[in-house]
Design a binder for this molecule. Structure first.
Ligand code: TYD
Length: 212
């Protein structure tokens, strides 16, 4: 496995699995009690210029070939990691950085669309997080939850989401075998129960035990 970034956590899961909600609940918990830490929630696609371009593809405002989109996700990630105020800079100075999606999203989603080789090659140089939380939810329930949204994005349909879950499960097995640390969160539970599970896992991180 590639190098690991300390103090960096990633949330992964299919669309509708609640990663975004859980990240804001975690942020709220840290706001209540920062425990001497700076907590930095972030996400991919980012809100930078490449992320904005990706968002307009996801919202179906513009169309791009999957081979081009795979490269944009990797470019957005490089800026997210190495750019000013990015993951490397913040985690390096002792902040706890938690990202809603990272490399595994590309290996799963672009892997389905483009085949495994390109996303693997584009993402091989990126370092691994200290910890990955996978929010596991059956795609049928996830799609029911998505129905409450004002508009469905590019990948938000049942047939694709079934492939997404299958691929996550197989790649997570591979990732664990190569030494990656993963915790599986049962996303079928209530928001509060899932948040409590997330909190239990986060509390075990060395940065929270030593205060830095
Ligand atoms: P998501 O993170 O679910 O945010 P929101 O629902 O708030 O818009 O949406 C991002 C979408 O982009 C999701 O369908 C997964 C997809 N995606 C990829 O295909 N590859 C990637 O590398 C990343 C980071 C996301």
């Amino acid at each position: 496995m590639t190098e690991t970034i300390r103090n960096f956590v990633v949330f992964e899961g299919g669309d509708g699995s609640g990663t975004t909600t859980q990240l804001s609940l975690l942020e709220r918990r840290f706001r209540g009690n920062a425990m001497g830490l700076v907590f930095h929630p972030t996400c991919e696609p980012t809100d930078g210029p490449v992320g904005a371009l990706i968002r307009s593809v996801l919202e179906k405002k513009i169309a791009l070939h999957p081979l081009a989109l795979a490269r944009l996700f990797a470019a957005d990630r490089a800026e997210h990691l190495y750019g000013p105020g990015g993951i490397i800079e913040r985690s390096g100075r002792g902040e706890l950085v938690v990202s809603d999606r990272y490399v595994l999203s590309s290996l799963v989603y672009q892997g389905i669309e483009c085949g495994d080789e390109l996303p693997r090659t584009l993402n091989a140089p990126f370092p691994a997080p200290e910890l990955l939380l996978f929010f596991d939810l059956d795609p049928q329930t996830a799609c029911e939850r998505l129905k409450n949204r004002p508009a469905l994005e590019l990948y938000e349909h049942l047939e694709f989401q079934q492939k997404v879950r299958e691929k996550y499960l197989s790649l997570i097995g591979e990732y664990q075998k190569s030494g990656g640390r993963v915790e599986i969160i049962d996303a079928s539970k209530s928001q509060e129960e899932a948040a409590a599970e997330v909190w239990r896992v986060i509390l075990k991180m060395p940065i929270l035990k030593t205060g830095r």
